[in-house]
Ligand binder design. Structure first.
Ligand SMILES: CSC[C@@H](O)[C@@H](O)C(=O)COP(=O)(O)O
Length: 374
């Protein structure tokens, strides 16, 4: 390790051990960047709580964690103390359904949660003859497959997205603006939007060029200032944090050449829900003729929803808006409006980037063609 390397941090999520005795370790994102703390989850209740309070967050990471949470839920029901699984396969399937229902209630917007739970249940219903013990091992294999696939998806998204980015004229710096955290902390890999920015930085460095990432602080929970800036600076990417409300004046300077964000759910027509504050960025990007890209794996697409109007938007605790750093800052008696996500209409999105490639100027037809056989 060189002298300037930051201390190693634990991965965002990691399964440790076998199906019968293992646990899910999560890097507690509520403590970053000040403290690096690992949570050990041994029940689905632990995972539910971690998702709900945003110790683990970001659409793909929520999905992967929920898959491991499902295993923990079934194990807790059928082997609450160390030892072989009790009950028959019907008891296993009932515990699986109950745990999936519990985990699905943790957060409403990121479709990866429901996608991962449904995928695990399908894998088990395809093998009805497995004993409870073997079915638990099968569940672990499926959760680990989801995790490994997510990692590969991030890498592919990074390459496809970086191919879209312009080269600034002369020896100018490529300026890239992002919102919230769609990085390694939000996935099992290098992220979605941040994978694009990391790849752009790597390519620019190889070519002797410069990249700067502008990270919106992302009120009210500061995922941009706390998490995105932490990831970028640890990897040596020049990083500038700005108040969300400074984006218009930054774009007006011409220093931003593309805006890249992630998504929590993309509807069949290409409308995309992402962290509150993403939609205004897309409007601003349109105003300043800067391309606005959304990077998300196909597991974030919800073909059952015709448009973004149908995406359920999480409303969070008023205290997140009325307080700051644990202290009340809003006048007594004021109420809060605190949707966690907004929906960017497809016509403001220059391209959706997935692990399969790019959907330029997304429409329902283009999204359907892109997802065919997915
Ligand atoms: C690759 S993560 C994409 C999105 O999940 C991310 O941008 C986002 O909005 C996360 O919101 P959060 O409330 O922190 O879970």
């Amino acid at each position: 390790m060189s002298e300037s390397s930051p201390p190693a941090a634990p991965p965002t999520l990691r399964w440790v051990g076998d199906a019968l005795t293992g646990s899910l370790e999560l890097l507690d994102q509520t403590r970053l960047p000040g403290e690096v703390v690992t949570l050990s989850c041994r029940t689905d209740e632990d995972v539910f709580g971690a998702i709900r309070r945003l110790s683990v967050r970001g659409a793909p990471a929520i999905g992967v964690s929920a898959a491991f949470g499902l295993l923990l839920g079934v194990r807790q029901a059928l082997a609450p103390t160390p030892g072989p699984m009790k009950g028959d396969r019907a008891a296993f399937d009932a515990a699986l359904a109950a745990s999936a229902e519990k985990l699905a209630a943790s957060r409403p917007t990121a479709v990866n949660l429901f996608w991962a739970l449904a995928r695990c249940r399908r894998a088990l219903s395809a093998e009805p003859d497995l004993s409870p013990g073997d079915a638990l091992v099968r569940l672990l294999e499926e959760a680990q497959a989801i995790e490994a696939e997510d990692r590969a998806m991030c890498a592919a998204i990074g390459r496809h997205g970086a191919d879209l980015l312009p080269e600034p004229a002369g020896d100018g710096e490529l300026g890239l603006l992002t919102h919230c955290n769609a990085g390694g902390l939000a996935t099992a890999g290098d992220g979605t939007a941040l994978a694009v920015l990391f790849e752009a930085h790597r390519r620019a460095t190889d070519a002797g060029r410069r990249v700067r990432v502008y990270a919106d602080e992302t009120r009210p929970l500061l995922q941009g200032a706390r998490l995105t800036a932490w990831e970028l600076t640890r990897r040596g990417v020049p990083t500038t944090v700005l108040c969300d409300s400074a984006a218009a004046s930054l774009l007006a300077t011409g220093r931003v050449h593309a805006v890249v964000t992630g998504a929590d759910r993309v509807a069949a027509n290409g409308d995309a829900a992402n962290k509150i504050g993403t939609f205004p960025l897309a409007v601003l990007a349109h105003r300043f003729h800067v391309p606005f890209y959304i990077a998300a794996p196909t597991s974030t697409f919800d073909r059952e929803l015709a448009s973004g109007k149908e995406i359920p938007i999480e409303q969070r605790d008023a205290a997140e808006v009325l307080n700051y750093g644990g202290l009340r800052t809003a006048a007594d008696g004021a109420e809060a409006y605190n949707p966690a996500f907004d929906v960017t209409p497809a016509d403001l999105i220059a391209a959706l980037v997935t692990e399969r490639g790019v959907i330029p100027s997304p429409t329902a037809e283009a999204v359907a063609a892109h997802l065919a056989d997915a």
